[in-house]
Design a protein around this ligand. Structure first.
Ligand SMILES: CC(C)(COP(=O)(O)OP(=O)(O)OC[C@H]1O[C@@H](n2cnc3c(N)ncnc32)[C@H](O)[C@@H]1OP(=O)(O)O)[C@@H](O)C(=O)NCCC(=O)NCCS
Length: 92
């Protein structure tokens, strides 16, 4: 019904931080608290491993992700941008 991919690593600034790389719930099961239940399990895992802060990323314009993570108190922090070399050269 749902799946997530995690990573935890040492961060010199925050001491210990974790990453949620992916969280996915099958469309027909969405809005049934499955996402929140998976996040609760993720948190349990990270707490057991001494992690205090969790980073994650999602694509700009992913309204579902924005709403879901926004409800859990996340606000965007880092912008990752992409452009072709050809286009950059035109603008230089
Ligand atoms: C984002 C995603 C994981 C949410 O899973 P879900 O099981 O539907 O979420 P939940 O039912 O646990 O919802 C938790 C809260 O978020 C809100 N929410 C979830 N999806 C929402 C949406 N599309 N619009 C508005 N609110 C939404 C719920 O209403 C609920 O609010 P509440 O706490 O006030 O009750 C799911 O939509 C998904 O798999 N999307 C595709 C993959 C993706 O974009 N993943 C995120 C990037 S990593």
């Amino acid at each position: 019904m749902g799946i997530s991919m995690l990573e935890h690593h040492d961060d010199p600034k925050i001491k210990i931080a974790g990453n949620i790389h992916y969280l996915w719930v099958e469309p027909e099961h969405r809005k049934n608290n499955i996402g929140k239940t998976i996040v609760a399990r993720i948190i349990q895992f990270f707490k057991e491993n001494g992690v205090n802060d969790l980073f994650l990323d999602y694509n700009f314009g992913n309204i579902e992700a924005e709403k879901f993570w926004g409800r859990l108190g996340y606000t965007p922090g880092i912008i990752v941008a992409r452009n072709s070399i050809k286009n950059i050269e035109k603008k230089l």
